[in-house]
Design a protein around this ligand. Structure first.
Ligand code: PXL
Length: 278
């Protein structure tokens, strides 16, 4: 059985990070190991959330795993809470990354804004972790903050702007960059990627749903890493992850009074498994 270790916070209420990654990866017939980096009462879109940092557990867990000789097919990092955690992930990549896919979702913001806990210096530091990854999948907001590039709203940019960002992202050091939430036509939304070794661009677009839902980045990344580990070629894996994300959003529309809460990805899992097994 394939095995992914995912390292991100656990928000006890609110659908994101580990409460999303665990069920999705497991449903894809892949074992999910975790290192929780922090415990929050809710995700940070709620006000007055509690936050208990678990950074001091990362090294002891990793030391124990080294003694046990544990190996993973992929290392997948998501939301990280501090500069220190970013540096700990670099050590973790050195210790466990030799034969594993190193996947970084620099979860830090959306819609042109960073999440409340972050600033530009944090984004620049996240870029130093992206440098060590095989694949990164920022959205446009995260990419612009990491690169110090001007953020543009949908409709204000063209393909050349996206390609330029993708090249700059791989110039940071990651082999492949996938930019999520790209919209080049008013009724289409999807992902564009760049493989810096093959010097190849690729893209996949699906229908654009005119509402922004929270937590979709975690849904997309979890399904993407799962599909890659299950042996799907990258472009097929992107299609599977994007279709699953769209399905999750469509199934949330009936329930859409709180777009900042999360999406009903649970109800889209059957369609994910179906597409994965096709
Ligand atoms: O989905 C990203 C995410 C992960 N973890 C926490 C968050 C968010 C987004 O707001 O607040 C704690």
């Amino acid at each position: 059985m394939k095995k992914i270790v995912t390292i991100q916070d656990i928000s006890c209420y609110g659908k994101c990070s580990l409460t999303v990654a665990l069920p999705i990866i497991s449903a894809m017939d892949v074992e999910a190991a975790i290192i929780p980096t922090a415990v929050l009462s809710t995700h940070t879109m709620f006000s007055r959330f509690t936050f208990k940092d678990l950074s001091d557990q990362i090294e002891p867990i990793s030391e124990h795993w080294k003694e046990e000789g544990l190996k993973f097919d992929a290392l997948y990092t998501g939301y990280l809470g501090s500069f220190e955690q970013i540096d700990l992930m670099k050590d973790f990549f050195s210790d466990f990354g030799k034969d594993a896919l190193k996947f970084v979702d620099p979860a830090m913001g959306d819609n042109g804004k960073l999440y409340p806990a972050f600033d530009e210096a944090f984004a620049k530091h996240m870029a130093t972790l992206c440098a060590k990854a095989d694949i990164i999948d920022p959205n446009l907001t995260e990419a612009c903050f990491m690169l110090g590039t001007e953020y543009k709203e949908d409709g204000e940019y063209d393909e050349a702007y996206v390609k330029d960002i993708l090249i700059k992202l791989t110039d940071l050091g990651a082999k492949t960059a996938i930019l999520t939430g790209v919209s080049l036509e008013s009724d289409k939304l999807g992902a564009m990627g760049y493989d810096s070794e093959k010097k190849e661009f690729f893209s996949y677009f699906n229908q654009k749903i005119p509402a922004k839902y929270h937590g979709t980045g975690d849904v997309f990344s979890s399904a993407l890493v799962g599909a890659i580990v299950r042996g799907k070629p990258l472009q097929e894996a992107i299609k599977i992850a994007a279709d699953f994300t769209v399905q999750s959003i469509l199934l949330t529309e009936k329930d859409a009074e709180k777009p900042w809460y999360g999406v009903n990805f649970e109800q889209a899992i059957p369609s994910l498994i179906k597409e994965l097994d096709e």
